[in-house]
Write a protein that binds this ligand. Structure first.
Ligand SMILES: [Zn+2]
Length: 412
């Protein structure tokens, strides 16, 4: 097998691999400013997608330009999430260089889509391919590609610890080569229950003191995770932004089976009040003694642009971030400097600002736990900003490990 790294090598964003110039695994986009897309030209026979996050699927419709009609294989939730994300990209950037595809290309996705469940092998571009539950977001998969000679396992993004929404990955299929994500290879997190307890305690305190809490959360996975927490701890909340649509989507018949407990999310949805944003509703909610879960998770758009300015002046209020804040985002600026550019205006924030790590990625221990099943297997490290350092650590511990660079080809 000849594996070409078109993106996600030594970086996070625009994940893309090409096998023997026939099969593409993931085709993402980096939503930075300016956005970045996979490098090089590809004309695959088939495409296989690990999960529905922008950095893994964002450029997929661009593979359907001209006469090209490769089949696209994914799980049902990944298909649905890709459509939501792609429509969003078109709405934000359609017709500019920042959007890698056209409306017509997006419309073709449904024609070539083929959905598969976990552990049901299928054929793609002449390979036998199997998905295994990766425990990252609903529908996320490790992808095993077998050409009859070599078995390549592409982990995609994964989590080894249980979340409310999903159980951690337990799948360790036999493989000859593993391409492994390494997002948090230098982070060791406290147990999830501890982070949950601190988060809930903090929300309760603010409510008790008469304040409003804004919880910026990614629409896919994180919003639903926070809603499940609010339900479990009996906290009233509102939900706004892309997370509303995604919550509905996860509860669809075809997708429910990808949740750890569909009934929990159904109850969490019942506990949360959905905001439609009409007639100044957001401003009124921001004056209430309540919790508001909203996109965007890093404060660069979405209804948070209304809520944050509305609550920022009062120190009783709180902004409780739920994930990592990328450098250069308003969320990161707010954490580091106490002010941020919100919707084009630089705003000082007197409200309390906190951060909780509800990551859906394995931390250092989780990565090592996963890789302990592959001590005699060649490991190629990708999807991280210290891939080479992590590969070197693995080599010290006896692994045959390397960190390919962007554009590299590896014979596997
Ligand atoms: Zn992901």
């Amino acid at each position: 097998m000849d594996v070409r790294f078109l993106g996600g090598a030594g970086e996070i964003g625009r994940s893309a691999l090409c096998i023997d110039e026939r099969l593409v695994l993931d085709f993402g986009m980096d939503s930075g400013n300016p956005p970045a897309f996979p490098i090089g030209d590809v004309d695959p026979e088939a495409v296989v997608v690990s999960h529905g996050h922008l950095d893994h699927v964002g450029s997929v419709p661009a593979l359907l330009s001209g006469d090209a009609r490769p089949e696209i294989h994914w799980t049902p939730p990944t298909y649905d999430l890709t459509m939501v994300l792609a429509r969003d990209t078109l709405k934000l950037h359609g017709g500019s260089y920042d959007c890698p595809f056209t409306e017509a290309e997006l419309a073709r996705v449904a024609e070539v889509s083929e959905t598969h469940g976990y552990e049901e092998s299928f054929e793609a571009a002449g390979y036998e391919v199997t998905f295994f539950d990766a425990g990252h977001v609903p529908g996320s998969a490790h992808v095993l590609v077998d050409d009859g000679d070599t078995r390549l396992l592409y982990t995609g993004d994964f989590h080894t610890e249980d979340q409310r929404l999903l159980a951690g990955t337990t799948a360790r299929p036999d493989a000859d080569v593993v391409i492994c994500e390494s997002t948090y290879s230098d982070v060791t997190r406290p147990p999830r229950e501890e982070i949950e307890r601190e988060f809930v305690e903090s929300l309760r305190t603010t409510i008790w003191e008469g304040g409003t809490v804004v919880v910026p959360a990614f629409g896919i996975g994180r919003t639903q995770e926070v809603l499940c927490l609010c339900e479990a701890y009996d906290l009233e909340c509102y939900v706004d932004g892309m997370g509303k649509r995604v919550t509905e989507l996860f509860l669809r018949e075809a997708n429910r089976g990808y949740l750890r407990d569909p009934d929990l999310l159904r109850r969490a949805k019942g506990n949360a009040r959905f905001v439609d944003g009409r007639d100044g509703q957001r401003r009124r909610i921001a004056e209430q003694n309540t919790v508001i879960v909203t996109t965007s998770g890093m404060l660069h758009g979405g209804p948070a642009m209304t809520y944050v300015p509305a609550i920022r002046s009062h120190p009783t209020n709180k902004i409780a971030m739920t994930g990592y804040q990328v450098e250069g985002t308003p969320g990161r600026d707010l954490l580091e400097t106490g002010s941020a550019e919100i919707d084009g205006r630089m705003l000082p924030v007197s409200a309390q600002v906190e951060q909780y790590d509800f990551s859906a990625h394995a931390d250092r221990d989780g990565l090592r736990d996963f890789l302990s099943a592959y001590e005699d297997t060649r490991v190629l490290v990708n999807h991280g900003d210290r891939c080479a350092a992590f590969a070197a650590e693995l080599r010290t511990d006896g692994f045959d490990a390397a960190a390919p660079e962007l554009g590299d080809r590896c014979e596997c």
